[in-house]
Every structure is written in structure tokens, then in C-alpha cells.
Design a protein. Structure first.
Length: 286
């Protein structure tokens, strides 16, 4: 039987223990703080990044180099017959392109054993994409038509998020002109979705509690429209009280016990993009 290894960028935010459960290898994104280089999840955490941002440190991220991806693939191919590599949306990061360039550094025989995917998502959306791939592989034991099968599953994935301040997304070049429309208005929180691999606003609400209520309401309306039962996750950047509140409201709106909703602290690379106080949710059909 063909053995298949799975890897993804550290931009994917998994519930605790899930990456280990599915034997997922995490490729760390580089986080540069005041000109010092760190590896996401290895020598810097999301909380440490956020603390640095609050103290006005210079913080930005960059993908692993092609050589680092090539080394990762070569090491995994010592254990697996094939490797599948899942990446953050290519419009939001250069990880996908760097991995493609890394493939070119491999011997031709090895290159053919590695397939890379643009998940067109990030954070928990990216993690859900990888989770679905693992579930399909466990069931089918083959990569044939895997991408089509995942995409069919991911049609049911819905998510959105909000940020405490748009300045971090602006600083990192992750939003276009929409930020200028309401980014400086007092206490106005944007409701943002990832659509067509780009961040897009779908509304703005005054006040944190109000935006959290709106996010939960969006989830409830989605459930009513589709009739599906969903698995729901929440991710946040050191905003545990907001996460607890959103969890309760999500539970009410999608009619599930709050204990079924997984809460995840965002990793360093996502924290560096979204900034302190950011929070989002995602859900996918069970």
C-alpha cells in the first residue's frame, strides 16, 4: 500500500492535538521581529508576537525558502512514498510559490512524488482543508481525484473574522482600499471573509459585542439556509473572553452544545498579520 505524508504551512491553525492525530508535518513560517528571525511555533508563539506588536516592535512574516521546502520534501520522502503539501492562499502569502520553487530543486524522480495544493484559505479554513484531505485519504487510501473531492467538501466551509484594528492588515498589505472606508472610525469593527483567495468586507458594526453577535447570527442563518449540521471552530489572538462569548452565541445560533466548539489560539504567523484582539470562526458540514 502506498504511504502518504501530509505537510502544511504553520499558517494553518489546528485544534490542539489534531495535527499529531493526522501525522501532519508543519512547515514553519519565518516571523521577523526587530530584524531577528524566528520560526513560528518553534521559537516564538502567537502570544509573544502579539506582545511585541503591542510594544511597537517591527513584525513581519516571510515564507520558508525554496531550499527549506526542498529539504522538507526530501526528508518526508525517506519515510513516505508520496507527499502532499497544503498551503495558505497564494494571494495572501508566497508560501505556495516558494514550495513550487522548492520542487524544482529536487531530483526529477522525487519531484514527481510531491503534489502541492493552494487551499485558497488560511488559519482555521486552511486547517479544515487539510483535515478533510486526511479524512478522505483514510477512507479512500488513494490520491486519485483528491483535489476534486476536497473542493466538494470545502463548498460547505463558511468562516469570517474581525480585527481589533485594521492597521495590522494594512501594514502587511493584506487589505485593499476597503480599509480606508471605515478603518479610522471610532469602535467600528469590520466583518471580513476570505473570498476568491482575497479578504473582503461584508459589513461593519460598532462595538465588539455587537460584531460578535453578528458573526454568530451569520453562522445561524447559514445553518438555516443549508440545513446542515456543522463542526465549528473559533480562533483568536489572545482574546479568550471574546472567544468564550462567541462560542456561547455560536452554540445558540447553530444549535450545538458549546463544548462541541473547538477554540484555538492563533499561531505566530497569523497573529502577526491580524493583530491583537482579532477573532474568527469557521464551520464545515459534519
Amino acid at each position: 500500500m502506498t504511504s502518504i505524508g501530509i505537510t502544511t504551512d504553520s499558517t494553518a491553525d489546528f485544534p490542539e492535538g489534531m495535527a499529531e492525530k493526522f501525522n501532519i508535518r508543519i512547515m514553519p513560517v519565518h516571523v521577523v521581529v526587530d530584524s531577528k528571525n524566528y520560526l513560528d511555533g518553534i521559537d516564538i508563539s502567537g502570544k509573544e508576537v502579539l506582545d511585541k506588536m503591542k510594544n511597537n516592535s517591527s513584525v513581519f512574516t516571510r515564507p520558508g525558502t525554496p531550499a527549506e521546502y526542498a529539504d522538507l520534501f526530501e526528508n518526508m520522502l525517506k519515510k513516505y512514498d508520496q507527499v502532499l503539501s497544503f498551503h495558505i492562499a497564494s494571494n495572501l502569502s508566497e508560501c505556495f510559490q516558494s514550495a513550487k520553487n522548492g520542487l524544482k530543486l529536487l531530483p526529477q524522480a522525487a519531484e514527481k512524488k510531491v503534489k502541492i495544493f493552494d487551499t485558497k484559505s488560511t488559519s482555521i479554513g486552511q486547517a479544515m482543508f487539510v483535515m478533510k484531505a486526511c479524512q478522505i485519504l483514510r477512507k479512500d487510501k488513494t490520491v486519485k481525484d483528491l483535489e476534486n473531492k476536497i473542493n466538494l467538501e470545502m463548498v460547505t466551509c463558511v468562516s469570517n473574522f474581525t480585527v481589533e484594528s485594521l492597521k495590522w492588515l494594512k501594514k502587511n498589505g493584506k487589505i485593499g482600499s476597503f480599509g480606508a472606508a471605515f478603518g479610522n472610525m471610532l469602535d467600528l469593527k469590520p466583518l471580513i471573509v476570505l473570498k476568491d483567495s482575497s479578504l473582503k468586507p461584508i459589513g461593519n458594526i460598532r462595538g465588539k459585542k455587537n460584531i460578535l453577535n453578528e458573526m454568530a447570527s451569520y453562522a445561524g442563518k447559514t445553518k438555516q439556509r443549508t440545513g446542515f449540521d456543522y463542526e465549528a471552530w473559533i480562533t483568536h489572538c489572545e482574546a479568550p473572553e471574546d472567544a468564550d462569548y462567541l462560542g456561547k452565541k455560536l452554540g445558540e445560533n447553530i444549535e450545538t452544545d458549546v463544548s462541541n466548539i473547538k477554540t484555538i489560539k492563533a499561531g505566530a504567523s497569523i497573529a502577526a498579520q491580524a493583530g491583537p484582539g482579532s477573532i474568527g470562526w469557521g464551520m464545515i458540514k459534519k
